[in-house]
Every structure is written in structure tokens, then in C-alpha cells.
Design a protein around this ligand. Structure first.
Ligand SMILES: Nc1nc2c(c(=O)[nH]1)N[C@H]1C(S)=C(S)[C@@H](COP(=O)(O)OP(=O)(O)OC[C@H]3O[C@@H](n4cnc5c(=O)[nH]c(N)nc54)[C@H](O)[C@@H]3O)O[C@H]1N2
Ligand SMILES: Nc1nc2c(c(=O)[nH]1)N[C@H]1C(S)=C(S)[C@@H](COP(=O)(O)OP(=O)(O)OC[C@H]3O[C@@H](n4cnc5c(=O)[nH]c(N)nc54)[C@H](O)[C@@H]3O)O[C@H]1N2
Ligand SMILES: [Mo]
Length: 784
């Protein structure tokens, strides 16, 4: 089957946008019918039902749409609308025919949008772009592997190669892939996590000794209070709404902290319940704090200050003294520090009222067991690491860690981004891990840190990268400063993309490029020893099996493991210390190696085959042991930043629409926010729209303002008055990425700070004026 002609008409024109009232509830019946509709239409009822009923089941495959945890008791349909979209997008019967590559030059495809590219269907044959040519052409698997190995061997240093990973890769493949990079001699292993929860990993690593969730799934239902910060679960982790509904039914209070009023945080209509289908559903947030972007650290500190004040009023009854004495350091310094907290600054930085902050403090003090969850609304700020440390401080004061119903809960994004890290996908894995690799495989791994995402793009820009290999993902669109990234990729000698679907990173290439098409998570993976399964780790450290269920869309596809092994054998031959060929035949072999290298994986094969998985050990969660420098949980003193926004400017964040998965666009609509037919939107508070003298619905160019003197802008976005906090604005990613300089990153974690961007809006001439016709164009063309 080939792509429908329909997508040829898509111009992504802001003037085509239809705007209606945003929703005040999420999911429910429309969610399910929206979900089932496209799946059924595209792939037929049989295939669709097999996929949807096997999704997230114990003997099925793990949904690739997010890293949300699975409940112990699975329902018949354990999926959400957006999971169904992800599956449909991957398991589509539409494939890209060989003729497509002769008919479409690379430069002509660059004019198409990500949406259009993704809609062309699955990649089904290895492709090669030779030097001096503007088209991909078919190449055999063996020739592709030989060519990659030749280019790697021809380099002056292994550090001229970079091995990127997106977070869908399963544990076994990720382990083999990092082994390939390190056996070759480099730690250049950037990954999507560098743009995602890196700030979390750093802040939690430094304070409690581990960068992962301190709660288990069942803790949600045991909590008295759940604070959801900087996260939009209605769109990005929809199954979390079921856990929140259960928590509410068990008596928990829920507080949402978010500049935008997000439908899923207001009300949830559970499609699996009668009251969700015909009733009003469940109200989610008991208190909704529309905070100024970047202000969360100030809010946390202000609550901590009120905790100390309550303790002073009733000594010995508010702080958890037993926990603090035994397990924490830094209490007195912190107590002194927050005494002087500037109340005016708190109000300015949070945009909240004293009454709102007092109310949250009262809720916090009333609750014995508190969970705080967060995602990109905290991690992608200039001051993200400090902000997250303030979350940890607040939790520690009342012992909200390592007990049932309480803890710090960063919710991961990509479905195996957490597992990839556990497996060694990181540019700076600790010496302990490298020593274990050395013992297990008998080679000396490189010890100097490699590039993270930002450093990798900087290295490309200075011509330091000869070979780039991507295990999934679409870095050129995902990273900040789109045009700088495009320039970087154009200097790379050989760009190898291991992918399921066509995206812009296949088109931003230098001399040579190779596309290697792989099996997706839904497809059966058959190797010499029989049908293979893989494993993933979710947000709450649960390792479980994932098995493809449907026949691969083409018999030319290889598994990601086969591709890693293919490159490794072409590069190292079959006589070295590592038996690569064995990895491919039977994935149990690599699981045995993982067991020897990575702590917590004892009896890996047995526990995966027999029990379908297990929970990784976690000191703070299991026994209140904190593997930090001091052996204690560290309460920290952090000098918080305040992002100044000069008059006439707005503080811009970029986030996901309901019909997208990162750079993959399923449709141009964002149902909950009332947007249809175009993504070129900027949401602004109605009073700011007025104050700026711009008409609601008019078109503007958005310019960011940084001291490097470069004018970065995106063209022709529609202004939509929307319930966001004053002085803040929001647009979608990746459309907003050209506005963020590459070097504008979170302090410490180097994560692009794409949610703290100061912008100004420049109105375009009104419709009817000759210039306004310029307002159409895809991401590909409009910003050049
Ligand atoms: N359907 C779908 N699911 C996904 C993804 C997807 O693209 N589509 N992506 C996956 C990935 S990789 C990730 S990382 C997760 C992302 O999941 P989220 O973190 O929910 O993703 P964003 O859309 O970036 O939403 C960020 C939220 O933070 C809020 N926010 C922005 N700035 C601030 C701030 O300063 N303070 C506070 N308190 N809030 C703020 C925004 O208004 C928004 O509601 O989702 C995963 N799941
Ligand atoms: N401005 C702004 N920028 C952001 C963000 C933001 O909120 N705002 N969010 C950041 C975050 S949190 C993240 S995680 C990154 C995401 O960055 P990436 O992970 O690099 O990007 P994705 O869009 O998830 O990658 C999609 C591509 O992966 C490939 N793919 C899909 N499934 C598979 C598979 O099973 N195997 C293989 N080999 N390939 C597959 C397909 O070809 C698809 O086109 O973006 C970051 N960029
Ligand atoms: Mo992410």
C-alpha cells in the first residue's frame, strides 16, 4: 500500500487554522473513538484488534508512546488514545516504494513538513546517498555495513564518530549499541535524555543518589496529596489519569501547577467506566496554580518556608525529625536560608497570590503522604536543576520519601529512555560501569567523557564529526537552534540513520548518508534461536518483557540488534574478544552479559521468561538508604534565578500538541486546546494580547532575544488568546525550536532551555494586504 494523496494538500498554513473554546476535560468516549477510528481504517479490523488488545499486556508489547507504568492488574484494553496513534503510525501497512527515491530528490523533500514525511509510510529497504548525488538509492545490507565500517576505520580518532540514541530502543539493543561505541573507542553516546530528564537525573543524583522515581505504581493510590508540576498527562501520559482517578477515589487531593490550563488536569472522563462515558467524569485538580513559567523553585521554597514557620509555631510536630536526624544533611543551613526568602520576589517569580501559596502550604502540611510528579515543565528551564532540588528539599522536610504513598516522581518520556541509561547509553557513565564492561568483555573502554547532544551538534559545526549514527530519533528537528543543527549535519561525512519512518534527519546530510530500516516494537522479531523478546524499564523502575505481535511489514527489515551486530562484525571481524554473532542469534546471550555488568539484573533471563519482569532495587525507595557522597539525603541551598522579561516581551515555552509524538506529527489538530488544521500557533493570555496591542487571531512573526546578536525568528504564527499565566506564551515543538540558541541550556545538565525563551511578537499586515499571502509554508520552508 502506498501513501494517500491526501497529505499532498497539507500546507500547514496558519490562516487555515480553526480555533474553538479549549476543553475542560480529557479522554472519555471521544478519546477512544478518535483512537480506534484511524487504527481500524488504516490497517483493517483484525490487525488493529490484535495490536490494541496485546498492548501493555503481560505477554504483549510495551506501548512506545510513553514511559508510564503498568498497573499490576491489567485491563482488556490497557492503552490510551495516544498509544493507539503511536501503534497505528508504526504498524501502518503503507510503505515507501523504491520509485519514491528516484522521483524525489533529497533537496525537494526538504521542502516537505515532518507531517508529510511521516505520512509517506514505513521505510522498508536500506538506502544510500553517494557523495555528489541528491537522491537515495537502494543498497544491500552487507554493502551498507561494509561502507559504514570502512568510513569508521578511515578516521583519525574514534571520537570523530558519534552514536546517538532516541529512547525507544530496548534494553538489550541499547546495551549492544553502547558496547559497539565503547569497543570502537568513544564515549560519544548522546541521547534524547540530554534534552529531556537530564536535569532530573543530575538534581536527584546529587541530592538522593539516584535519578529515578522513588515511588511504585501503587503509591499513587496511597497518597494523601499529589502535586503535578510541569506535566500534561492528558496528552503525554494519558493512562496516568486513571491512576489519578483511583487516587482521588481513595481520598487524595490533587494540585496542578502549570502556566496553562490543561484539560486533563481539570477533569477526566474514564472511557472504561460508565460515569466516564455518560457522566461528568472525575474532577482532577482540587487546586490549580497557573504559575509563571520558571517559577516553580520559588514556589517550592516558599512552601518550605511555611513548613518551618509551622514547626516554629508547634515545635516537634511538623518536621519529620526522626527521618531528618537519621537520613538527611543540610537541614540547618536550609532553615537559615529560607528565613530570609524575599516574599515580593516569590510573588513576582511565581505570578501567584499569597493566598494561593498559603493554600498549597496548608494542603502540604495536612498530608502525611505526598507525591510530587513532574516532567518537561521543570526540566527544560535555565534553572531546572535548582528547581528540582527545591522539590526534593520540600519532600525531605516531612519525610516524604521511602514510605508508602510518598515520594519524588519524575515521569519519563520515551518508553525506554530510562532503561537506555541503565544500559549505559550516556556520554559519562561512571567508572564502576566501565570497569564492569572491561571485566566482562576484556577490552579497555575509553575513560574520557563523550559529547552530550548539545556538544555533539557543536562538534559537527566545527567539522569534527566524520560519522554520525542515530539509533532512532530525529535530532535535527528535536534539538534547539534548528538552522544551526542543519548546518552541523551538512558537515558530517557519513550520516547513518537507523529508523522506522522518514524524517528530516534523513535529509539534512553531508557527503554520504545511509538509512537502515528496522522492525518496530509491534513486529515479530524472528532470529536463529526462534522468536525473540526484548525488555524495557518504565518510569517506576519496573523491567518487563516486550514481544512483537504482528508480521513485519517487509521481510527486508532487520531488528535493531541485527543492525548493531552487522556494523560490529563488519568493523571488528569475528575473531575479537566479543562474540557479536551470538548476540543476534539469541537475545538471552546478551541478557547474560547484562546480568554480569549492570547491578540489579540477577537472574535476568529467568525472571524475564518466567515472571515477565521485576522491579530494580532503589535505595531511597526500598530502605531509605541514600547512595550520595555523604551517605545521606542532601537538603541543599540553591540560589534561584529569575528570568527577566522586559516590557512588551513574553516568556515562551514550547510543548506538545495532542496529535504528535515529539517530532512525529499525527495530525495538525490539538483537540483539547481547541486548535484545528494548523500548528503555527502562539498562545497568549487575553490581557497580554490586549496590552501588546495585537488582535486575537492575527498573524505575527515571533523573534527571540538573546545577547549573541543573532536574530532568530519563526514566521506567520497565529495569536490565540488562551488561559495561560500573565506574561507567558506557548507554542509547539519542533516549530518553536529555531528560536532557541544551541548554547542556551539548563545550568549543569546542558539541556536546551526551550521553556524559558524571551520573545517579542511582530504583527504581520492583516489579511487582504499583499504581504499576508506569505503566511503559509511548512516548518521546512517558512523560517528560511
Ligand atoms: N502523546 C504523546 N505522548 C508523549 C510525547 C508526545 O510527544 N506525545 N512525548 C514523550 C516524551 S519524550 C516526553 S519527555 C513526555 C513529555 O511530557 P510533558 O512534560 O507533559 O510534555 P510537554 O508537552 O512538554 O508539557 C510540558 C507541560 O509543562 C508546562 N510548563 C511549561 N513551563 C512550565 C513551568 O515553568 N512550570 C510548570 N509548572 N509547568 C510548565 C506546560 O504548560 C505543559 O503542560 O511525554 C512523552 N509522551
Ligand atoms: N523545543 C522543544 N524541543 C524539544 C522538546 C520540547 O519540549 N521542546 N522535547 C525534547 C524531548 S523531551 C525529547 S525526548 C526529544 C526527542 O528527540 P528524538 O527522540 O530524537 O525524536 P523523536 O521525534 O522521538 O524521534 C522520532 C523518529 O524515531 C524513529 N523511530 C520511531 N520508532 C522507532 C523504533 O522503534 N526504532 C528506531 N530505530 N527508530 C524509530 C522514526 O524514524 C521517527 O521519525 O526532543 C526534545 N526537543
Ligand atoms: Mo522526552
Amino acid at each position: 500500500m502506498t501513501a494517500k494523496a491526501l497529505v499532498d494538500d497539507i500546507t500547514e498554513d496558519a490562516t487555515a487554522m480553526e480555533v474553538s473554546e479549549p476543553r475542560h476535560w480529557a479522554a472519555g468516549l471521544p478519546g477512544i473513538t478518535h483512537a480506534m477510528g484511524p487504527a481500524m481504517a488504516d490497517m483493517g479490523v483484525g490487525r488493529a484488534l490484535t495490536l490494541l488488545t496485546d498492548m501493555n499486556q503481560k505477554d504483549g508489547f510495551d506501548c512506545m508512546s510513553c514511559a508510564w507504568a503498568d498497573p499490576e492488574e491489567r485491563k482488556t484494553f490497557e492503552f490510551c488514545e495516544n498509544g493507539a496513534k503511536a501503534v497505528t503510525w508504526e504498524a501502518t501497512p503503507v510503505t515507501i516504494p523504491t520509485s519514491f527515491w528516484a522521483e524525489n530528490s533529497i533537496s525537494s523533500l526538504l521542502d516537505k513538513s515532518e507531517y508529510w514525511l511521516g505520512m509517506q509510510g514505513r521505510l522498508v529497504e536500506p538506502l544510500y546517498k553517494p557523495k555528489g548525488k541528491d537522491n537515495y538509492e537502494p543498497i544491500s545490507w552487507d554493502d551498507a555495513f561494509t561502507l559504514i565500517a570502512d568510513r569508521l576505520k578511515a578516521m583519525d580518532s574514534p571520537n570523530e564518530a558519534t552514536f546517538y540514541t532516541s529512547g525507544r530502543t530496548a534494553n538489550e539493543t541499547a546495551f549492544a549499541y553502547q558496547l559497539l561505541a565503547r569497543a570502537f573507542g568513544t564515549n560519544n553516546l548522546p541521547d534524547c535524555s540530554n534534552m529531556c530528564h537530564e536535569s532530573t537525573g543530575l538534581a536527584m543524583g546529587q541530592t538522593i543518589g539516584i535519578g529515578k522515581n522513588t515511588i511504585a505504581y501503587k503509591d499513587f493510590a496511597k497518597a494523601d496529596l499529589i502535586i503535578i508540576m510541569g506535566q500534561n498527562p492528558g496528552t503525554n501520559h494519558p493512562r496516568m489519569l486513571t491512576a489519578l482517578e483511583e487516587a482521588k477515589e481513595a481520598g487524595a487531593e490533587i494540585v496542578a501547577v502549570n502556566p496553562l490550563l490543561e484539560a486533563g488536569l481539570v477533569r477526566y472522563k474514564n472511557p472504561q467506566k460508565v460515569k466516564g462515558i455518560i457522566g461528568h467524569g472525575t474532577g482532577i485538580a482540587d487546586q490549580y496554580l497557573q504559575i509563571r513559567a520558571g517559577g516553580d523553585g520559588w514556589l517550592m521554597k516558599a512552601i518550605s518556608q511555611r513548613v518551618f514557620q509551622a514547626e516554629d509555631a508547634n515545635p516537634g510536630t511538623v518536621l519529620d525529625h526522626a527521618f531528618l536526624d537519621e537520613h538527611c544533611s543540610g537541614l540547618e543551613e536550609f532553615r537559615e536560608h529560607v528565613k530570609d526568602l524575599d516574599a515580593e520576589m516569590v510573588l513576582r517569580a511565581t505570578g501567584l497570590t499569597t493566598a494561593e501559596i498559603d493554600e498549597l502550604a496548608e494542603r502540604y502540611l495536612r498530608a502525611d503522604k505526598v507525591v510530587i510528579t513532574w516532567a518537561m515543565g521543570l526540566t527544560q528551564h535555565k534553572d531546572a536543576v535548582n528547581i528540582i532540588k527545591e522539590v526534593i528539599n520540600l519532600l525531605l522536610l516531612r519525610g516524604n520519601m521511602g514510605k508508602p504513598g510518598a515520594g519524588a516522581s519524575p515521569i519519563r518520556g520515551h518508553s525506554n529512555v530510562q532503561g537506555d541509561r541503565t544500559m549505559g547509553i550516556w556520554e559519562k557513565m561512571p567508572p564502576k560501569f566501565l570497569d564492569a564492561l572491561q571485566r566482562e568483555f576484556g577490552f579497555d573502554p575509553p575513560r574520557e567523557d563523550g559529547y552530550d547532544v548539545v556538544k555533539a551538534v557543536e562538534a559537527m559545526q566545527t567539522g569534527k564529526t566524520k560519522v554520525w549514527i542515530s539509533m532512532g530519533g530525529n535530532l535535527v528537528s528535536a534539538v534547539s537552534d534548528t538552522h544551526a543543527a542543519e548546518k552541523g549535519f551538512s558537515t558530517v561525512g557519513l550520516n547513518v540513520q537507523i529508523s522506522t519512518k522518514l524524517n528530516r534527519n534523513h535529509l539534512t546530510v553531508g557527503d554520504e548518508a545511509i538509512i537502515l530500516p528496522v522492525l518496530g516494537r509491534t513486529e515479530v522479531d524472528m532470529q536463529e534461536a526462534g522468536e525473540q523478546m526484548l525488555s524495557v524499564e518504565d518510569s517506576v523502575c519496573a523491567i518487563h518483557a516486550t514481544r512483537g505481535k504482528v508480521k513485519p511489514i517487509s521481510d527486508q527489515l532487520r531488528s535493531e540488534m541485527s543492525v548493531v551486530v552487522g556494523i560490529a562484525r563488519a568493523l571488528f571481524g569475528d575473531s575479537g574478544p566479543i562474540d557479536w554473532a551470538a548476540f543476534e542469534k539469541d537475545y538471552d546471550v546478551i541478557r547474560d552479559h547484562i546480568e554480569h555488568v549492570v547491578p540489579g539484573f540477577d537472574d535476568f533471563n529467568k525472571r524475564l521468561h518466567e515472571d515477565n519482569g521485576f522491579i530494580l532495587p532503589h535505595g531511597p525507595r526500598d530502605s531509605r538508604t541514600f547512595p550520595t557522597a555523604t551517605g545521606k539525603a542532601m537538603i541543599t541551598v540553591n540560589d534561584l534565578e529569575y528570568i527577566e522579561c522586559p516590557p512588551g516581551r513574553l516568556l515562551l515555552q514550547s510543548m506538545r500538541a495532542h496529535d504528535q509524538f515529539n517530532t512525529t506529527i499525527y495530525s495538525l489538530n490539538d483537540r483539547y486546546r481547541g486548535i484545528k488544521k494548523s500548528r503555527r500557533v502562539i498562545f497568549v493570555h487575553p490581557d497580554d494580547v490586549k496590552e501588546l496591542g495585537i488582535a486575537d487571531g492575527s498573524l505575527v512573526d515571533v523573534h527571540s532575544e538573546f545577547s549573541d546578536g543573532v536574530d532568530r525568528s519563526v514566521h506567520a504564527f497565529k495569536v490565540v488568546a488562551f488561559p495561560t499565566s500573565r506574561g507567558c506564551a506557548a507554542t509547539y515543538f519542533p516549530e518553536g525550536n529555531p528560536l532557541v540558541p544551541l548554547g542556551f541550556t539548563a545550568m549543569g545538565s546542558n539541556t536546551p532551555a526551550s521553556k524559558s525563551v524571551v520573545v517579542r511578537l511582530e504583527p504581520l499586515p492583516a489579511a487582504g494586504d499583499s504581504d499576508a499571502t506569505n503566511a503559509s509554508g511548512s516548518l521546512a520552508t517558512a523560517e528560511h
